[in-house]
Each structure stands twice: as C-alpha cells, then as structure tokens.
Write a protein that binds this ligand. Structure first.
Ligand SMILES: [Zn+2]
Length: 357
C-alpha cells in the first residue's frame, strides 16, 4: 500500500503546487460560505443558549444533525488535561464523552509519555449546530483534542485563548508531516485513543493517517478507526458511539474492516479532493443554500430548547461542583472568535492552513 501511495504521490508531484493554490482558493470559498447565521436559524438559537437542560443525558439525532439534554461541563482542569478557548462555551458533553476524556488523559500520561490533553470544542450546552466552525459536535459525543502536548504549567484563561495551534504539517509541502513537530508520542496517543471500544472513529489529516500507516509497527487492530479528513492537522477529533440506552441517538455505520491504509487513503493524495468545485452552468439558477432551522432537526430539539436550565455551569460540571473550582469562576460565554476556525470537520472543504477546533 505504501507503494501505491508513493506512486500516487509521484504522479501528482507536478501538480502539487497547483494543488496547493487550488486548496487555498477553495478554503477561501469556504470562509465566504460561513457568514453570520441569521437570527432565526438553528445555529443562532443553539449558539445563544448558555446552560444545559436539567435531567439525564440524552443525545437526539445524529452527530451532524441533533441536540442533547443533560450535558455536563468538562472541568477546565484535571490532573492530566486543560480545557482550551473557554470563551467559546463548548466544553459541554455527554458524560460518556467526559469520562472518556478523563480516562484517555490518564492512560496516555501513564503509558504513552503524553503529559496531558489540551481539550478543544466538545459541544454547546444543548448541542445543536454551532454558530461557526464544525458541521458535527451536535450531540455531545464529538471532541477535539490538540496534537500539541499540554504545557507543564497551568495556563490562565487568557493563555488558553491565545496559545496558538500547532499544525503537524509542513507549511510549504503537499500533505507532508513536519518531523520537527510530529513525534512517536503523537502516534502513541492516537493509537491509544482508538483503542477504547466506545470510540466510533477518529478524524485526522490524511498526512497523519499516512504517517501512521507507514510507521506504526505495533498492533494495527484499531488503525482503521483513524479516518482521513480535511483539516485535522493540529487536532484530532474523537467520535464516540451512541452510549448504551441512548434510544434517540442515530448511530453511524462502523468503519470498514482493516487498517484503512488502502485506496480510501490514496485518494487523498490525488488531485480529486483538492479540485475547485465546477462552476455552475451559465443558465443554471443560482442555488442559495438554505440555513438549517430548528424544525430541520429531530422533533425533540424544540423541546430541548424549551426545557428548564440547570442553575449554573458549576452545578452541571462533571465530577461535581468541586471539580469546577479549579480555575475559579467560569467565564461568561462570548461569541467564538471568527478568526479561530472557520472550517467544518466534515464535508468537502479542503484546508491548507493549520486547522483549529
Ligand atoms: Zn471536531
């Protein structure tokens, strides 16, 4: 397989520069598509909610089309994690996700030499489509985890806003890992994350997937859970299966058998995924993409919006109120910075810049 990818790479070597130019054009188009959601849209409504519902955790719908009740907040600090970009108010998740983060952070520190996790976006307080950024993360079962190791000091709130993302890719080459930032520790962390049975899949940049295919000499049983996707070069995105008993959670088909080091990966190293969309025919009517409304989501999502809120973020923090004290008072939510990450996690949007959340 490595050979086939190598062939694909050499055959498009000449196209690489043109490809990169194409990528930035398409990424620009994507940014243009992500303009301010209108006030009545599901993005604006779910993005404006500050607190989760009371009651037990229930995901409704699919990762990219749904909402949730009973979310809990990941504490800003744990023994082996720090939550980032607190102003975004997106560290809400199904307790199954928060428990997973806790366990991964502990196991990676104990067994993989990974000092701790930097946690990016999980979900909004009641899930739903986000004001900007992701297409998924709507039911509390997706989380972004940085590929940069946690620093040895406890960051202030401001430092958590400002710490730059670190892409694992070389800036001046096509889908190439930068050996100055990538190490065997990142590889161990990814394999560790994929090893838990509750993990459905993990999105990584195609260059990262290829690196894992080419260099991972350990157990490859769960390598197939690492799925190549646009962006995802500064963080990886973990998706959990619907938890047991979550009757309203729509499951995703499992990843194909095998390690995924196959044609589905080689495709990313061809020009196809990076081509500019074809311009519409001159006589075609312009298609204006309709914004997603609450009525487009599962029926329960209107009731989720209407349900009473918990009394405070502190009261709904995973591990109890004492876990919420680590960094003092939780900051008030603000609209997420537009410059942070404008590209969705899924869908045909190439990204040649260091990806973020
Ligand atoms: Zn994500």
């Amino acid at each position: 397989m490595a050979l086939r990818i190598a062939q694909a790479l050499s055959s498009i070597g000449k196209l690489a520069l043109a490809g990169l130019i194409g990528v930035s054009l398409v990424a620009g188009d994507a940014a243009a598509q992500q303009k301010q959601p209108s006030p009545g849209s599901a993005k604006a409504i779910f993005g404006g909610v500050q607190l989760p519902t009371q009651g037990g955790p229930q995901p409704f719908g699919f990762y990219a089309k749904g909402c949730m009740t009973g979310a809990e907040a990941l504490p800003t600090d744990g023994p082996t994690w720090q939550a980032m970009r607190l102003s975004r108010n997106r560290r809400w998740g199904n307790p199954a996700m928060l428990s997973f983060i806790e366990q991964l952070s502990r196991d990676a520190a104990r067994y993989d030499g990974w000092p701790g996790l930097l946690i990016g976006d999980i979900s909004q307080p009641r899930g739903g489509p986000m004001f900007n950024g992701h297409a998924s993360h709507q039911i509390g079962l997706d989380a972004d985890i940085w590929l940069k190791p946690m620093p040895s000091y406890r960051m202030t709130t401001d430092q958590r806003e400002a710490l730059p993302f670190t892409s694992m890719l070389k800036k001046d080459a096509f889908l190439t890992i930068d050996p100055n930032v990538w190490s065997a520790a990142q590889a161990r962390l990814l394999v560790r994350a994929a090893s838990y049975p509750e993990v459905q899949r993990i999105f990584v940049n195609p260059a990262i997937k290829k690196k894992m295919c080419d260099t991972w000499t350990g157990d490859r049983t769960n390598l197939g859970k690492l799925r190549p996707e646009y962006g995802h070069d500064a963080h990886f995105h973990v998706r959990l299966k619907c938890p047991p008993g979550a009757a309203n959670c729509k499951p995703q088909a499992p990843v194909a058998a095998g390690d995924g080091c196959d044609q589905s990966l080689a495709w990313w190293f061809t020009p196809a995924p990076w081509a500019k969309p074809k311009p519409p025919k001159p006589d075609a009517k312009p298609v204006k993409p309709r914004e997603v409304m609450v009525s487009d989501l599962p029926k329960a999502c209107q009731a989720v919006l209407d349900a009473p809120a918990v009394s405070s973020m502190r009261a709904a923090t995973y591990g109890g109120a004492s876990a919420a004290e680590a960094l003092g008072v939780a900051p008030a939510a603000q609209p997420a910075a537009a410059s942070d990450e404008e590209l969705p996690d899924l869908g045909p949007v190439p990204d040649d810049k260091p990806a973020a959340q």
